[in-house]
Design a protein around this ligand. Structure first.
Ligand SMILES: Cc1ncc(COP(=O)(O)O)c(C=O)c1O
Length: 397
């Protein structure tokens, strides 16, 4: 069975046309093996984890913990906290590390390219703690201003940077960012929500202190993600959610906490989602992700050029390591109208600010149309998309 045939949703029609799903930066579709794994869990093994000796509880615990083991192996990481997604992972750092380690007068370096989930938690912490936030500007070439970045590092305690922009597809120079930040004495948090789906990352070799990502952007279920933490930094984090599973002992006088990742996973966790994610991670080993990435970025850069040729403004550069994301605007056709016209022919794209308002403000716009490609998208779909756009421009411009 071909890779694409494993996605039942891709067989459906939308408005009478075959679905061409180009909203992968928002969320990806799920292969049958992921749907089966979650269904099997609920129909055969459903039980709570870490709490009972019966057979089903053992199966549920093994299923949940095998997700952590798989993540440790795939990313070469020794501390993997399972969260509800990238957003919760970043909020966890703000609460569990930030509150324990940052005080009035400390500075956090962010960039104008961040998703709101890597801005708002820091603004909340800044308000609570009197921490200074410094934003690195984005240049007209859609890259971070690295001179400004080096300048901003002076006295900074933490750098928060997006691996790959969800609007531009641009992959940031993370190796330089991590090296310079550590030289300046700052910890580094990488928002890899858009990076991990396109490249396998060795977390230990990468050298970041925190890395956050979501399963649903890499063919896994919604509602689950992970925070990888460098081991000595892990020891400086304090729990922020209290409850079952994260404790060692509880008396009426007080509690002691687990020392491993469970310390940050209070309450019944996302068991079915963990089992689904494990299936997705195993499924991703069935093909060459690097080769897929090369194929997709070549499709994206071809689409970007075709769009420029019909008068679109394209935001991004589509270099080899960038993600296959094409953000664009027509000078006269409204982007919502464009998305509706595309939807009428089965093409799913995203419009709006993409949860990155500071970036769009820097670009002097309020939104874009965004087509984002993933492993099941074909060259033929891209050609159909370009043909549809040409028709829209001919009719409405
Ligand atoms: C770059 C980036 N960071 C963070 C997020 C937030 O991810 P989630 O909504 O899965 O928590 C997204 C989602 O679009 C993203 O693209």
């Amino acid at each position: 069975m071909g890779l694409r045939d494993q996605f039942p949703i891709l067989q459906r029609k939308v408005n009478g046309y075959p679905l061409v799903y180009l909203d992968n930066a928002a969320t990806t579709q799920k292969p049958q093996v992921v749907l089966d794994a979650m269904n099997d869990y609920y129909s055969q093994s459903n039980a709570n984890v870490h709490r009972a000796v019966h057979t089903l509880a053992g199966e549920a615990t093994e299923g949940y913990e095998s997700c952590r083991a798989k993540l440790k192996q795939r990313f070469n990481a020794s501390k993997v906290i399972i969260t509800s997604g990238t957003t919760e992972a970043i909020n966890l750092v703000a609460h569990a590390w930030g509150r324990a380690n940052l005080n009035k007068g400390d500075a956090i370096v962010l960039t104008e390219m961040e998703h709101h989930s890597d801005i708002v938690p820091w603004q909340m912490l800044a308000e609570e703690r009197g921490v200074e936030l410094r934003y690195v500007p984005v240049t007209q070439h859609f890259t971070l201003d690295m001179d400004a970045f080096e300048h901003a590092l002076d006295g900074a305690a933490l750098v928060c940077v997006v691996h790959t922009s969800n609007v531009l597809g641009v992959r940031n120079p993370l190796e330089d960012i991590i090296r310079l930040s550590h030289q300046a004495g700052a910890k580094v948090l990488v928002d890899a929500a858009q990076g991990v789906p396109h490249a396998t990352i060795d977390f230990e070799a990468f050298g970041a202190d925190f890395m956050a990502f979501s399963a649903h952007k890499m063919c896994g279920p919604t509602g689950i993600g992970a925070l990888l933490v460098e081991p000595s930094t892990f020891e400086t984090m304090q729990p922020f959610m209290g409850g079952g599973d994260m404790i060692e002992t509880v008396t009426t006088e007080g509690s002691t906490y687990q020392t491993n990742e469970h310390k940050f996973e209070a309450g019944t966790p996302r068991i079915a989602e963990a089992i689904g994610w494990t299936a997705a991670l195993e499924w991703m080993e069935s093909f060459d992700l690097d080769a897929e990435h090369d194929r997709l970025i070549s499709i994206a850069s071809w689409v970007a050029q075709c769009l420029r040729d019909v008068g679109m403004e394209v935001y991004g550069r589509h270099e080899a390591d960038d993600a296959a994301v094409v953000s664009f605007l027509h000078p006269t056709i409204n982007s919502e109208d464009m998305a509706h016209l595309l939807d009428a022919r089965g093409f799913a794209v995203r419009t709006g600010h993409h949860c990155a308002q500071p970036l769009l403000t820097r670009l002097g716009i309020s939104g874009t149309v965004r087509a984002s490609f993933y492993v099941y998208n074909t060259r033929e779909e891209a050609e159909g998309f370009v043909a549809e756009i040409r028709e829209i421009v001919e009719k409405f411009a």
